[in-house]
Design a protein around this ligand. Structure first.
Ligand code: 2PG
Ligand code: MG
Length: 419
């Protein structure tokens, strides 16, 4: 059985050009190295206040090269739970601020990678074991706004879901067509300001609703049928809009009460082929989240991101009070692989859906794609359809789909989102 011989921290750079941390874990028998695994911590811009706390990258490197290395050495690398428990105990704080959630998540994922490498299996297989798995259905951003684009449009993510696609590869083919069509439409109108942090277009629109009409137009331009082939998913990231008890749509120079935002979103659900809305209300506005789930939850996915921050206690409160029906799973919001898995297991047991998600600050690391496949999480969100930190993940999904071949379970899009 391979044991952890060494852990190294390294300061590297993320997709926003900001310093982050990479962990490298070396495993072997005795003192003979057999294999190694690496992982890079991502970072958010629209972070929930309850997220595990990342620390300065240089300090995270010190954590890895010092305390984390000492604590993990000699542990069997296949025992992810013990590794993660050791990290949690060593940190000893509720918010992971001592070791740093960035150092912890990099270490936790790098151990998983090293275990898979030492057993010469892909990472997804470590988690799936002999279970049959499917590729997750992607949510792919076409327009980016909010905290990722200096607020050009107030809502953060206007995404598509290829609900009629028969495979991951087909979903990406359709996405390429929609992404190109959306870009062409914007360029024609001189409304293209650039691309936002996750590679979606940063549009010059007069209203948030214009993004929806343009998105429907782009789907049609791509010769796909809105609501049948391709549907829309939104991340309102409403915590970012919430000031002084109301929701500020700066682009439209107006502030909405929770009731008005609720009514606006309900109207959009009637008018546009929307299948999923993430963080429709602020992380502190539980009553509004419950009311919205009650009214919209039969029809669409109501996703908690900042609202749950991948923390099982918060998820359980949501489940008991009827807030949301889907949870976003971001390993760095909680700090370890095991705690992320616990959140997914609690969601599944309660009949909640889940989406594995990247952050707005990312890297070439593709571990999360393997987590989604290996755990059987049926949806994946990693940003848009440009910028290599995003494409690395979509392309990794294609490799996994190819490797699974006929052994894959059916692609779950049509089952999840029956038109
Ligand atoms: C989100 C993520 C990814 P951030 O809100 O879902 O889109 O953004 O990483 O900035 O929290
Ligand atoms: Mg979000």
């Amino acid at each position: 059985m391979a044991k952890i011989i060494d852990v190294k921290g390294r300061r590297v750079w993320d997709s926003r050009g900001r310093a982050t941390v990479e962990a490298e874990v070396i495993v072997g028998r005795g003192t003979t190295p057999l294999a190694s695994g690496r992982a890079i911590a991502p970072s958010g811009a629209s972070t929930g206040s309850g997220e595990a706390k990342s620390i300065d990258a240089a300090k995270a490197v010190q954590s890895l090269n010092g305390r984390i290395r000492d604590a993990l050495r000699a542990l069997p690398v296949s025992d992810q739970e013990t590794i993660d428990r050791r990290l949690i105990e060593l940190d000893g704080t509720p918010d992971k601020g001592r070791l740093g959630a960035n150092a912890m998540v990099a270490a936790s994922l790098a151990c998983a990678q090293a275990d898979a490498a030492s057993r010469k299996i892909p990472l997804w297989k470590k988690f799936a074991g002999e279970r049959r798995v499917a590729l997750p259905v992607p949510q792919i951003q076409i327009f980016g706004g909010g905290a990722h684009a200096r607020g050009r449009v107030d809502l953060q993510d206007f995404m598509i879901v290829c609900i009629g696609a028969g495979s991951f590869a087909e979903a990406l083919d359709w996405t390429a067509q929609v992404y190109a069509a959306a870009g062409a439409r914007l360029a024609k109108r001189n409304a293209l300001a650039g691309v936002a942090d996750e590679g979606g277009y940063w549009p010059v629109f007069k209203s948030n609703e214009e993004a929806l009409t343009e998105l429907v137009g782009a789907i049609s331009d791509a010769r796909l049928e809105p609501g049948v082939d391709v549907a829309i998913a939104l991340d309102v990231a409403a915590t970012q809009l919430y000031r002084g008890g109301s929701y500020h749509l700066d682009l439209e120079n107006r502030a909405l009460s929770a009731g008005q935002l609720h009514a606006m979103l309900m109207r959009w659900i009637e008018r546009y082929p929307i299948v999923s809305i993430e963080d429709p209300f602020a992380e502190t506005d539980a009553a509004a989240m419950q009311a919205f789930t009650r009214d919209a939850g039969q029809k669409i996915q109501v996703v908690g991101d900042d609202f749950f921050v991948t923390q099982v206690e918060k998820l359980k409160i949501g489940i008991n009070s009827g807030a949301c029906n889907c949870v976003l799973l971001k390993p760095n919001q909680v700090g370890t692989v095991t705690e992320t898995l616990q959140c997914w297991e609690a969601a599944r047991a309660a009949g909640y859906r889940a989406i594995v998600s990247a952050r707005s600050g990312e890297s070439e690391d593709t571990s999360i794609v393997h987590l989604a496949v290996g755990w059987g999480v049926p949806q994946l969100k990693v940003g848009s359809f440009s910028r290599s930190e995003r494409m690395a993940k979509w392309n990794e999904g294609l490799r996994i789909e190819e490797a699974l071949g006929a052994k894959a379970l059916p692609f779950p899009a049509r089952k999840l989102f029956k038109p």
